[in-house]
Design a protein around this ligand. Sequence first.
Ligand code: SF4
Length: 364
Amino acid sequence: MKYLTEYRDAGLVHTLVDEIRRTVKRNWVVMEICGGQTHAIMRYGLDQLLPPEIELVHGPGCPVCVTSLELIDKALEIASQPGVIFTSYGDMLRVPGSGRDLFSVRASGGDVRVVYSPLDAIKIAQLNPDKQVVFFAIGFETTAPANAMSVIQAEALGLKNYSVLVSHVRVPPAMHAILGSPENRVQAFMAAGHVCAVMGYWEYPPIAHQYKVPIVVTGFEPVDILQGLLLSIRQLETGRFETENGYPRVVTFEGNRPAQDVLQRVFQECDRKWRGIGLIPASGWQLRSEYAHLDAETRFSVDQIQPEESPICISGQVLQGVKKPLQCPAFGGLCTPEHPLGATMVSSEGACAAYYHYGREAYG
Ligand code: SF4
């Protein structure tokens, strides 16, 4: 398949690994931001090909993982109410809240439905005018434009029975939070290529200069990831801290301006809690006041829900690159994909799940 198989080419992979080995002279810690990149690294064993000087740590770019416990519990409360059809992407159904998940709400009789697009939720609302249809709008800058479009469409259709439970998060404030932490170990970022496809990378140069870290826009196939890593290591070894585009076949500096316009029209920045990490200022999007009547949190009066995180799970430290999944005492014992304690073990993009599925417990 064009633009896919050639980026999994074993010869190119080994050429890039050899070049990384020739380039690296000192120890460096590099974070790949996106959970999709983490899974590609584990799936293809890229971490095992690298020289010992390079440590990859895994970032917070998994929307399922970072959706706050508070929002999950609000989703569970709303989905349990009679007369509600709660719609969500499938990977949110197994994410544990304080005591249960959306699957268990469905098993108890709740009408919880998996959709592949918020526009499916709009159709369900049109077909069920006597029900309240709620869409769980989670994700980074990648999914936010489509979710914003559903809000615009609901308004255009005059739907009174559609609302969104918004849990959108933004990457740049998370980078600030990681780099500004006294525990920070990250010396370079491989930025998430799909986020940059929407947002461009014009937000990154000030971050690179403020913290003196290279930021390289990076894709998701083995060759993309090694290319992003090579560009990062070249910068680190030569003392540069620039923003580079290692994914030019998809990403431009400006990004997708029409999508950004839709985001600006529907959402405004807000402080947001990240699961395991806590509150990050200006790291989320919420509905603008013009669309506040479509906010499920207000419609269903769930503002008072304020749960406590599990004291066992260290996913917050994993998501900031401070610790790795194998440093969690619950990994593989108390916490497995079948019985997850934290969201990073549930999600297909979670770092703990990646380590578990690709057998990293055997390698350390
Ligand atoms: S292994 Fe489980 S308990 Fe430990 S950090 Fe990962 S999700 Fe949390």
